[in-house]
Write a protein that binds this ligand. Structure first.
Ligand code: SF4
Ligand code: SF4
Length: 84
């Protein structure tokens, strides 16, 4: 499957990716990130075509990663920013 990973703490909630996605796969979420922004969320599990448009329009270089024909994997504790 195709999917998009949003790194929430990099997102500034500008909404450009939400407006750009042709398949309505992204939305602004309700939770606040570490910077106090409501980060974008991926809601297009069955619709994303991995076109990359959201990645190219996002002004934050680390906020969006597009995966094509891959299975989503669980984040490790380190990736979540949790120190053990
Ligand atoms: S890769 Fe394309 S289809 Fe998938 S979320 Fe981004 S803009 Fe939408
Ligand atoms: S374009 Fe980037 S910064 Fe703007 S809402 Fe989408 S992920 Fe966040």
């Amino acid at each position: 499957m195709n999917y998009v990973k949003i790194t929430a703490d990099q997102c500034k909630s500008c909404g450009v990716c939400v407006q750009t996605c042709p398949n309505h796969c992204l939305a602004i979420g309700s939770e606040l990130n570490a910077l106090g922004y409501q980060s974008a969320v991926f809601i297009g599990e069955d619709r994303c075509v991995a076109c990359g448009l959201c990645f190219y329009v996002c002004p934050e270089p680390g906020a969006i990663t597009v995966f094509k024909n891959e299975q989503p994997r669980k984040e490790t504790e380190t990736e979540k920013g949790v120190s053990l």
